[in-house]
Design a protein around this ligand. Structure first.
Ligand SMILES: [Zn+2]
Length: 87
């Protein structure tokens, strides 16, 4: 499995997760803009989460802005309790 990156569309600020290769340019499917690399996504292990590491199962921690699986109450990066997700 490749390294995942957080990529952002500059005009909309929308962020996506992608397995990206260094040196390649990725473009937003809607706007055609080149995406900015925001950061590397580190695999979190061991994790208490049962969810597979996929975009639809992830959220950003409201404290440290790192990714965590949605079924976790405490952020695996900073250890703080994350805000409840809107249902
Ligand atoms: Zn956190």
């Amino acid at each position: 499995m490749g390294q995942k990156y957080r990529l952002r569309t500059p005009s909309t600020g929308r962020e996506i997760l992608l397995e990206a290769e260094p040196g390649r340019t990725y473009v937003d499917r809607d706007t055609g803009e080149p995406l900015e690399v925001v950061g590397k996504v580190l695999p979190l292990s061991p994790s208490k989460s049962q969810l597979p590491w996929a975009t639809e199962n992830l959220r950003f921690c409201n404290w440290c802005d790192q990714l965590a699986q949605k079924d976790l109450n405490d952020c695996p990066t900073c250890g703080r309790r994350m805000a409840a997700l809107p249902r």
